[in-house]
Design a protein around this ligand. Structure first.
Ligand SMILES: Cc1cc2nc3c(=O)[nH]c(=O)nc-3n(C[C@H](O)[C@H](O)[C@H](O)COP(=O)(O)OP(=O)(O)OC[C@H]3O[C@@H](n4cnc5c(N)ncnc54)[C@H](O)[C@@H]3O)c2cc1C
Length: 120
């Protein structure tokens, strides 16, 4: 069976991996970055920001945990952004690796601004 899946978000890459494991010849088409909204703009970036915020909140309450902080606590926004990008990047690369391995390097099509259907 030959299947074309449009969109490399969680819905698309899960479907592609599932179909490939079931023996289908899969083409996955993604116009932007693998991982879709979740990995690139939604779940993961927001949780990375939340983790930094939670850390700040914990540090503010450090004394109640018996931890004294000498000196000012500063928020380093570029470092928060860099951490978010690092977390996102490693997850996207992980999904890309999994896809390439599962799809056996076949059917890896990346198009910007348009979708084309390769001959299957
Ligand atoms: C701020 C935010 C936070 C979120 N937090 C969570 C959370 O904590 N937990 C949770 O479970 N969910 C969360 N979500 C929801 C989650 O992101 C979505 O449920 C999930 O991404 C849906 O996956 P999907 O594959 O259906 O769509 P998407 O992730 O949107 O993927 C669709 C993909 O299709 C591609 N595409 C679209 N049109 C074309 C085309 N014509 N040709 C080629 N490619 C195309 C897009 O580029 C995209 O990569 C959050 C969403 C947002 C916005």
């Amino acid at each position: 069976m030959k299947i074309t899946i449009i969109g490399g978000g969680p819905g698309g890459y899960e479907a592609a991996i599932y179909a490939a494991k079931k023996g289908a010849e899969v083409v996955l088409v993604e116009k932007d970055r693998i991982g879709g909204t979740c990995l690139n703009r939604g779940c993961i970036p927001t949780k990375a920001f939340l983790a930094s915020y939670d850390t700040l909140e914990t540090v503010k309450k450090a004394e109640s945990f018996g931890i004294k902080i000498f000196g000012a606590v500063e928020v380093d926004y570029p470092a928060i952004l860099a951490r978010k990008n690092k977390v996102m990047g490693s997850l996207v690369r992980g999904i890309e690796f999994l896809l390439k391995k599962t799809l056996n390097l076949k059917g890896w099509e990346k198009h910007r601004h348009s979708v084309t259907f390769p001959a299957l």
